[in-house]
Design a protein. Sequence first.
Length: 319
Amino acid sequence: MEIMVTGAAGTLAKHVIDQLRDAGHSVVACYFRDALELDNRERVTSYRVDITKRGFEDVFRNHKIKAVLHLGRITTTQDRLANRRYNANVMGTRKLLDLSRKYGVEQVLILSTYFVYGASAYNPALLDEEAPLKASVLDRNLVDMVELENLAHIYMFQYPELHVTILRPANIVGPHTQNGLSLQLSRSTTPYLVGFNPMMQFVQVEDMADAVVLAFKGNKPGIYNVAPEDWAGYQDALKMAGCATLPVPSIPPGLTNLIADLSPKVGLRAFPRYLVPYMKYPVVIDGTKFTKTFGWEPKYNIRESLAYYRDKKQFKKAS
């Protein structure tokens, strides 16, 4: 079976590609920006292509693709311009879904994020898949993430032959991950908001790759949170990751946002603005449905997942 994997230059996608290839599948790897580096390219055909452009259809013409694993979402960390993110994430995903219908793709898996729930003081202790997606109301920087999901919902119900599955993972961490929170954990000194220590969940990148492959093999369409059963306060997680902490004033709220907005412009490494609410309020998701449906058992607990960052800092100091 030929399987398309988008975002193939990312760390998660590389782990997924390795598992698919080991299982005997042929992989069509699509990436948009970074160079694709794979230890083993056996049964992997790669394309550097923009999924919003006309040439993307040639990939479908040249291969008999039966499944698409869409892992190529552009994050705020990767591109600060909202219109470019919207074009890539929403319009690009729509084009991918339309081409999947046109060329007889039988299964589509879309990687979303727990960020779509939005961080709010009124969130319940555990958010299941039925909880409303409030992120676009609370932060304009997350509009494209919610719109991508809304689009996927439409195709899920209008075109059941696509067998659409949507995964909403907790914070993905581990070697070479480049999302907003993993970059915070990588730093020797990391800011936190005074007076706040929200609960957070972390899924190690290898465990997340296992989850993607299990969802692909199981092919049970639906929406699933992906998260282990342990969590920790943000400040506690920073300590587990070996970070020194830097207090940032949280009152008035506008000051925190101003610090987040101005720091990159003056050469400082602070934190992206969209993370500010998540550094205040807990967004703890219930991953029971996914675990029971697909039999997923993460290999790493929270301490083991965050130990990578601590050990990396200690090695750097020793050298």
